[in-house]
Design a binder for this molecule. Structure first.
Ligand code: NDP
Length: 284
């Protein structure tokens, strides 16, 4: 039977509508408007699009957004100074520094300079630590989006075999921790994994975050699995994921398409994290 297609655009839109409602209530109760500062260094066209999308999403859910566009030759000290100023601003609840940064800037130094309570991307070591010990405040946005897609497509977690292909700090590792927190039995695969197909075939939940077009072939997917394709690969065929969608759909219970699956979720989860940051900023 053909798989159910998990519609990330729809889920993202539902979540943004929920955040908009919660934000309206929050503003009414506390007289505070959540604010997200987005810092862009240089003129990378893709980054400019991402930043514009974030500004639009902020407007949609009722946040203030503050954009700081700095020239490509900006130095590390100057950027760290701006981050410090944003850390101190009461009207800024979330800070996002758009990656990649130019090579003269040490990205980690900048990301670690963000106040962890405003780190809505969830990349600061304090927030990574919170994730590891199961006290997550700001789950990284793409992994959090994957969890929402799984939850809202009726995927069972407890005892499920979850296999993640890819071990990056922004996708593979955090999604593994989130699945573990939901009582899945988690396996993380990478480029040195032996006999990858035999591992992926056992997955009830299969997450592909590799960056290799269509590397998860139909024979690597078990009958009835839920398949989440995080990959975004530009090829001659256009945008394709890490999963051979047509072949995997023959086996899977449910599957995300590319585009229109995980991609739209990231921004929705950023909005949710920013509202959370504003809630946490209230005096106790
Ligand atoms: P990275 O390049 O940081 O990590 C890729 C991972 O895949 C590594 O752990 C690597 O293993 C593993 N890998 C590479 N080749 C193989 C192989 N042949 N077999 C098994 N494992 C392999 O990628 P990211 O996690 O940053 O991104 C993954 C994909 O997700 C990309 O296509 C990216 O564009 C996309 N993405 C999409 C987002 C969205 O919002 N939709 C957000 C972020 C990423 P090793 O560690 O051993 O090298």
């Amino acid at each position: 039977m053909a798989a159910t297609i998990i519609d990330g655009k729809q889920v993202s839109s539902d979540i943004r509508a929920e955040v908009a409602q919660d934000t309206a209530r929050f503003k009414e109760q506390h007289g505070v408007t959540p604010g997200l500062a987005v810092v862009l260094v240089g003129e990378d066209p893709a980054s400019q699009v991402y930043v514009r999308n974030k500004e639009n999403a902020c407007a949609e859910v009722g946040f203030n957004s503050f954009k700081f566009a700095l020239p490509g030759e900006t130095g590390e000290e100057e950027l760290l100074k701006l981050v410090d100023e944003l850390n101190d601003r009461a009207d800024v609840h979330g800070i996002l520094v758009q990656l990649p940064l130019p090579e003269q800037i040490d990205s980690n130094k900048v990301l670690y300079g963000i106040n962890p309570d405003k780190d809505v991307d969830g990349f600061h070591p304090v927030n990574v630590g919170r994730l590891v010990i199961g006290e997550t405040i700001f789950p990284p946005c793409t992994p959090a989006g994957i969890m929402e897609l799984l939850k809202r497509s009726g995927t069972g977690f407890t005892g499920a075999n979850a296999v993640i292909v890819g071990r990056s700090n922004i996708v593979g590792k955090p999604v593994a921790l989130l699945l573990l927190a939901e009582n899945c039995t988690v396996t993380i695969c990478h480029s040195r994994t032996k006999d990858l197909p035999s591992v992926t075939r056992d997955a009830d939940i299969l997450v592909a975050a590799v960056g290799v077009p269509k590397m998860i072939t139909g024979d690597m997917v078990g009958e009835g699995a839920t398949v989440i394709d995080v990959g975004v690969n530009r090829t001659d065929e256009g945008l394709v994921g890490d999963v051979d969608f047509a072949a995997a759909s023959e086996k899977a219970r449910a599957i995300t398409p590319v585009p229109g699956g995980v991609g739209p979720m990231t921004i929705a989860m950023l909005m949710r994290n920013t509202l959370r940051a504003a809630e946490l900023s209230l005096p106790v």
